[in-house]
Design a protein around this ligand. Structure first.
Ligand code: ARG
Length: 431
């Protein structure tokens, strides 16, 4: 049975092809669909399209459906196309004709838009929350290990002294920028499209300010065509933010894989957090971080996938947009899983404070020694040459003394300032 049924049923193959994964994916939209309908009927009553009694019975029944959804008992029946149809069928089945009034001045096109905006707002907040927990972990590890040196690399060649404090702290601060992206995406999602109907508005005097207020949107998409065009655009902004988080996380995962390698040996994890090999009995592999790296690399394709899906779409609603859910829904779950897994793993990371004492890292102290000579009065270029010649002749002996004091350096990590930046960024999305 279809909402648009006019006495014939579509061909089975056509139905399966066009409905696709909606019956399953739309379950994630169900609570938002009800939330949107509650706002819509309150507005319909305020403009005289529903009586107060009708509003009451419809509200009660929508509340019942919301409770069903929370209990996990809501399903989309075979033959019903999507969540929007299922909710309307339930209302009509239980309440009769009054259920048929709910769709006045509305289309599934703006209904799904509302659902997706509400969904995206929640998910972006969930992601920001998970990022914030990982940020805290990075910061506490950074403080805990701020005096433990490790080699810094450029061109993947030993370069200058770094520290575990600097390494963990770097990822903390990098996440601040990702939160700014999440908050920009939140801002794009936080606009009410309801009332755009099929994409060109309605001849009913819809009170769009009222529904904006009722659903707690920051503003509305005023232009009804712009509202429709926001499908895809909202997801694209969210996808860019997710890709940004994924790039930070994927890069960290790569560092961990590399630093766990015996040739580096900078970090390790308890045995139960590593995986083995079916043939090599000695193996303790970093599979968690490899899977994380792979997932994060894939997540960075998201904006591209969405760009391709929406490329050259003409104005107005197009069914192609339905496929956006197949791309976005698994992605929002996956990024949160990766963030949570990383936070959990970091609770067990062990750092190797001795690694840096190996003579293979001696040259990372050359700049320290050049600077020491410079501070004692030798011109920099001369000091550089002096140490350079010692290296050249195999006579260089590092003093191993490191004294960095400026903002953001090994000796002055600015953890509190970075925390403050993060709190400001988070306030924009978490309130
Ligand atoms: N399942 C559809 C989607 O996600 C809902 C909107 C259907 N609208 C339509 N005109 N067929 O896009």
């Amino acid at each position: 049975m279809k909402l648009w049924s006019k006495g014939f049923e579509p061909d089975k193959m056509i139905e399966e092809f066009t409905v696709g994964n909606d019956r399953e994916l739309d379950l994630q939209l169900a609570r938002y669909d009800v939330q949107g309908s509650l706002a819509h009927i309150a507005m319909l009553e305020s403009i005289g399209l529903l009586t107060a009694d009708e509003l009451k019975v419809l509200t009660d029944e929508l509340d019942n459906i919301a409770a069903m959804i929370e209990r996990g008992e809501f399903t989309i029946a075979p033959g019903v196309e999507d969540v929007h149809s299922q909710v309307e069928f339930l209302l009509t089945e239980r309440l009769g004709d009054v259920g048929k009034k709910i769709h006045s001045g509305r289309s599934r096109n703006d209904q799904v838009l509302v659902d997706l905006k509400l969904f995206m707002r929640d998910k972006l907040r969930d992601i920001a929350g998970a990022v914030s927990r990982l940020f805290d972990k990075f910061q506490s590890l950074s403080e805990e290990h701020k005096d433990v040196l490790m080699p810094g690399y450029t061109h993947l060649q030993v370069a200058m002294p770094s520290s575990f404090g600097l390494w963990f702290g770097a990822y903390a601060e990098s996440l601040v920028d990702d939160v700014r992206m999440l908050s920009a995406a939140y801002c794009v999602a936080n606009q009410n499209p309801l009332g755009s109907a099929a994409g060109y508005g309605s001849s009913f005097p819809l009170d769009r300010e009222m529904t904006t207020r009722l659903m707690g949107f920051g503003t509305m998409h005023y232009n009804v065509v712009a509202a429709q065009m926001s499908r895809g655009k909202t997801e694209r902004a969210a996808a860019m933010a997710i890709a940004s988080v994924a790039s930070t996380l994927g890069r960290f995962a790569m560092d961990v894989c590399m630093f766990m390698c015996q040739n580096f040996g900078f970090v390790s994890f308890p045995d139960e957090f590593t995986t083995g090999s079916s043939i090599m009995p000695h193996k303790k592999n970093p599979d968690v971080f490899e899977i994380m790296r792979g997932k994060c690399n894939r997540l960075q394709c998201l904006p591209n996938e969405i760009a391709m899906l929406t490329a050259n779409l003409p104005l107005g609603y197009n069914r192609d947009l339905q496929l956006m859910k197949d791309i976005m829904f698994p992605a929002v779950t996956e990024i949160v899983q990766c963030l949570e897994m990383c936070t959990m793993m970091l609770g067990h990371i062990k750092v190797n404070a001795d690694a840096v004492n190996d003579s293979r890292y001696d040259y990372m102290f050359t700049v320290e020694d050049v600077n020491r000579l410079t501070l004692s009065g030798m011109p920099f270029r001369e000091a550089y040459k002096t140490i350079g010649l010692q290296v050249q002749h195999g006579e260089y002996k590092p003093t191993r003394e490191v004294h960095h004091t400026h903002h953001g350096s090994i000796g002055n990590l600015c953890t509190a300032q970075i925390k403050q930046k993060m709190q400001q960024a988070l306030a924009d999305i978490l309130g």
